[in-house]
Design a protein around this ligand. Structure first.
Ligand code: PGA
Length: 262
């Protein structure tokens, strides 16, 4: 098995204000050196991306903390009459290297389908961003024993037409919808089972070596006190963290657990 990177990303969603975003960024940057073996990513609201980017940098433009920046969403077109939208190249322009695509809140609240997510993920790749493509079943789907079918369909649809190189440049986040913001984390066994299923599906879409190299994050109520056991699972390579990413100490503690397990 390839030694995969560990990536812990903070999805701030629609929270904080300018001052709080800058303060949180500085606290994360100041503590990042204690998180070895893991890449830390901050995904603030789009309007604060530039403020977070500059808070991560020294005056010479370098970013000594190693913490990088991601968007929470993007549009699939490069420019034009799309009021309120953000083009992939605009995210790159303000310093993003990543973009979350198809978060369950985008799927359920904003009507994003696998097809839309697929075009957005391809647009992210074309702009040089690493898409963090989210999948996950609802509670009802899990109770009906449809988790494998739902997640497989989301993977197939969201990654339709991906080459091995595209997949190698993509991160997957498995986020059971029932675990997001609820405090109900999947058991490590439940999460590992779906992560292994995703990886084997990725192998059928491309090849085993590529699938083996893909970082698959878990998301859904990841906290400092459950991160270590999740990180110890063989196919869980990182975390997409919502609520706990709004506190620097908690986010850094989660980063440390994943780095230590790498
Ligand atoms: P949560 O959110 O950690 O607050 O459950 C995770 C996510 O939505 O990415």
């Amino acid at each position: 098995m390839a030694a995969r990177r560990r990536i812990v990303a903070g999805n701030w969603k629609m929270n904080l204000d300018h001052a709080a975003a800058v303060a949180l960024t500085k606290d994360v940057a100041a503590g990042a050196a204690s998180c070895t073996g893991v890449d830390l990513v901050l995904c603030p609201p789009a309007i604060y991306l530039e403020a977070v980017a500059s808070a991560l940098q020294l005056a010479d433009g370098s970013s000594p903390s190693g913490v990088t920046l991601g968007g929470q969403n993007l549009h699939d077109q490069p420019k034009g009459a799309f009021t309120g939208e953000i083009a992939p190249a605009m995210l790159v322009d303000v310093g993003c290297r990543w973009c979350i695509v198809g978060h369950s809140e985008r799927r359920t609240l904003f009507g994003e389908t696998d097809q839309i997510i697929n075009t957005k993920a391809k647009a992210a790749l074309a702009a040089g961003l690493t898409p963090i493509v989210c999948v996950g079943e609802t509670l009802e789907e899990r109770e009906q024993d449809r988790t494998a079918a739902v997640v497989t369909a989301q993977i197939d649809g969201s990654l339709h037409g991906f080459s091995a190189a595209d997949l190698a440049g993509t991160v997957i986040a498995y986020e059971p919808v029932w675990a997001i913001g609820t405090g109900k984390v999947a058991t490590p066994e439940q999460a590992q089972e779906v992560h292994a299923l995703i990886r084997s599906r990725l192998a059928t879409l491309t090849d085993a070596a590529t699938a083996d190299s893909v970082v698959i994050q878990y998301g859904g109520s990841v906290k400092p006190d459950n991160a270590a056991v999740l990180a110890s699972q063989p196919d869980i390579d990182g975390a997409l963290v919502g609520g706990a990413s709004l506190k620097a100490d908690d986010f850094l503690a989660i980063g440390k657990h994943f780095g230590a397990a790498g």
